[in-house]
Ligand binder design. Sequence first.
Ligand code: SF4
Ligand code: SF4
Length: 295
Amino acid sequence: MLSRALEPSRPAVMPPVVLCDRQGYTQRLYPDRRVIPFDLDILGRRLPLAISYAQGPVILADLVPMARTLSDVLTGQLRVTLEGFDRSASCRVGCAHCCYYLVPVSPAEAFHLERKIRTLPPPQQRAIVGVFRMAGRRLLKRLPEYQLQHADTDRSAERLQRLSDWYASLHLACPFLVNNLCVIYNLRPLACREYWVTSAPDCCRIDGKTPPTLAPLPVRIAEVLTDVCAELEGESEPVLLPVALPFAESQPERCRRTWPAHVAVERFLDVLLHHAHRNSMADREGFCATDAATP
Ligand code: SF4
Ligand code: SF4
């Protein structure tokens, strides 16, 4: 079933980097592409996957469609596996407490979003650009307040956490939330795709009394892609979704910077497998600690 889901449907133009099957469909359809196989473990179940890419230069945005498919495959498989343990996600259409939190996106996602918006018909383009302008203005108006309060030099992870807490205190809905529905659902950021919980929806409220229980993904592709961007560019940090469009528009050269495809894909896989290994070690240590603490 998984390999059928990944079977390419002969698109007129195949994206430069895609997640593909291990059955050879992609190789038969596109013999000039290179394929790198890899495995991921989901709660003890091995998931055989592969990345196919065209040889030549790629930009950071070219990694995004593959990263999204990988994220959707992982979350889909995890849902199925959790159901086998009688656990399921609480996330439902119209449930949107999580859309009041800060959504960080990697530079690759910001550049990809900008390219996607530019391909929309002009009326839609104008509408989305307008939404971004309004959200950006709303945020920037409040930002100096935050900077004054936190003018110290935090480590990046701490800074992101503080920024996240500050953002939550503003109670601003995501600019793409309309009538409690995400209007860019198919294009929503990796951070949104990977934020789903097994606890009650009320735990996701900003003023919730109990913290939510996040689904145990073996690896978060949002974090992987942010680290890949940092390694390829030599410096980088997550961008806030409401200012992602002006961020991308202000750096056309950075948007167009290229790397040989094999360099970008091999870096992505290195970071992905490193995160997966690190997370599985942390889970094992947590499990052993719980075990040791059991009388
Ligand atoms: S993460 Fe929480 S608020 Fe968001 S859809 Fe799921 S249950 Fe609802
Ligand atoms: S992009 Fe969509 S899913 Fe993500 S926070 Fe905004 S409205 Fe919610």
